[in-house]
Design a protein around this ligand. Structure first.
Ligand code: GDP
Length: 469
């Protein structure tokens, strides 16, 4: 238990229907009772049971300020595990400022970033992976991203890793007993059984690591560059994906002179693409257009997904091949546009650059898709191809998933220690050498779940939160 009582706005700043100020700590009820008076004078906030609500007003310097509902939680049955009172008033910034000031004058300290969730963690209400999930849920842009974080908050990852830890701990226990007490009746540990158990654990970690990229796409969206020569249909494509006329479309080359940006939600999984339609890539003497082209190239380099558009009704030119080459090895989709017109484009000239390749644990692929950006029916086909390329279509949003860089790094470390244990076994170094690697793997898993995470790692998790969460 922390000994201070803290307060902060838990809803977003700015005008809104209501705003919620959360007060948490040992003196939450004393503080709230100094600020809030129930409309029914026979009721007392200090006496309110958990999970009850009282209607009344909040006061500052003896003056009533606004109608307020006080929602009461009693320790340990609250978000933080402490006594909590949530005061809801009208969501005007001036009202909120008064309420926060009143709470501070009544003895509450302003909460630091993520302090409510940090307290929930320190009081054992949630584990570190769940704390990270809270952040994912708060910042999730798309439906499935939110579902992923909700699964983590429900403890899906924590349970999966705990199961892994239990298996590896049992294996290590058996190994230690067998190595240290050979005279006892410890059943022999066959290297095959040892390796099978470790391989299974390594495979599970590999799956989590492989899906991490797709999960990150669902949680945060992906920066997507639409690139291609002038007049191939980039702006028409942006409008098709946006579902409205976002960009100006004309038959004149060079119409889009700057980067036009638009976020769209796409496909079954509701993934968010942060689209950037760029100026057509071509040689130009026009200074403004040239600057647009430079920005377009920069977008292409930074993008997590490239939609390279080609005009299928014209023969492939040198610029097309140069663009295709720039897409090699990238997460890129070639779109042969204007498929409603007679085909002239030789697909073979660009195909090798969109063949896809394996990048670490993630298979990054490329594809070629024939579309007509003018045809609304092609939106769904395009969405399906993008989901397949990003690996989001096959992701089960309810399954365990890694939701932060920190978790990813710990899982990667655990996996490499398990691989080392397998190699030690295979190369005949004996099970005790493998046991050392196994111990390292377990330590990495404890780090992942927060069971042995250092102060710095915990600091890092909570530093990314906003105040009020
Ligand atoms: P951008 O310069 O690459 O952004 O190209 P635009 O989107 O401005 O399109 C250039 C021209 O091609 C416009 O006249 C569009 O109407 C036309 N266009 C775009 N997509 C298609 C398509 O799928 N089929 C046909 N026939 N015309 C298209």
């Amino acid at each position: 238990m922390q000994n201070t009582t803290i307060c902060a706005l838990a809803t977003p700043p700015g005008p809104g229907g209501i705003a919620v100020v959360r007060v948490s700590g040992p003196d939450a009820y004393t503080v709230a009772a100094r600020v809030f008076r129930p409309a029914d004078a026979t009721r007392r906030l200090e006496k309110a049971k958990g999970y009850t609500a009282l209607f009344g007003h909040f006061f500052r310097a003896g003056q009533p300020c606004d109608e307020t509902v006080a929602l009461c939680f009693r320790a340990p049955k609250s978000y933080t595990g402490e006594d909590v009172v949530e005061l809801s008033c009208h969501g005007g910034p001036a009202v909120v400022e008064q309420l926060l000031a009143a709470c501070r004058e009544a003895g509450a300290a302003p909460a630091g970033a993520g302090e409510f969730t940090r307290r929930a963690f320190l009081n054992g209400r949630i584990g570190l992976t769940q704390a990270e999930a809270v952040m994912g849920l708060v910042s999730a842009a798309g439906r499935q991203g939110a579902a992923l974080s909700a699964a983590a908050l429900g403890g899906a990852l924590a349970r999966e890793i705990a199961g892994l830890e239990a298996k590896l701990t049992a294996l290590l226990g058996h190994l230690d007993a067998w190595v240290d007490f050979p005279e006892e009746d410890v059943p022999e540990l066959a290297p095959e059984a040892f390796c099978a158990c470790i391989s299974e654990a390594a495979a599970l970690l590999e799956k989590l690591l492989r899906e991490y990229g797709a999960g990150a796409v669902l949680r945060r969206g992906v920066d997507t560059a639409i690139v291609g020569r002038p007049n191939v249909g980039k702006s028409t494509l942006l409008n098709l994906l946006a579902g409205f006329e976002r960009a100006i479309v004309t038959p004149l080359p060079g119409t889009t002179r700057d980067v036009v940006e638009q976020a769209v939600s796409l496909g079954e999984s509701g993934i968010r693409l942060n689209l950037a339609d760029t100026a057509g890539l071509r040689e130009t003497g026009d200074l403004i257009e040239a600057e647009g082209i430079r920005r377009g190239r920069a977008k292409l380099e930074q993008a997590g997904l490239v939609l390279a558009v080609f005009d299928a009704s014209r023969p492939a030119g040198e610029e097309d091949v140069a663009l295709a080459r720039a897409c090699e090895g990238r997460c890129a989709l070639a779109l042969l546009n204007k498929s409603d017109l007679p085909a002239q484009f030789d697909e073979k000239s660009i195909a090798p650059y969109f063949a896809g390749q394996k990048d670490g644990l993630n298979r990054r692929g490329g594809h070629i898709l024939h579309i007509s950006a003018n045809d609304p029916a092609d939106r769904a086909r395009l969405a399906g191809a993008i989901e397949a390329l990003l690996g989001t279509a096959s992701l089960d949003p309810c399954a365990a998933a890694l939701v932060s860089e920190r978790q990813h790094a710990a899982a990667l470390a655990a996996k490499s220690h398990l691989d080392a244990a397998l190699a030690a076994c295979r190369e005949g170094y004996g099970l005790d050498a493998a046991g050392v690697c196994l111990e390292d793997a377990l330590n990495a898993l404890y780090e992942l779940t927060g069971e042995s995470a250092g102060e710095a790692a915990i600091e890092e998790v909570f530093s990314q939160f906003c105040v009020g969460k």
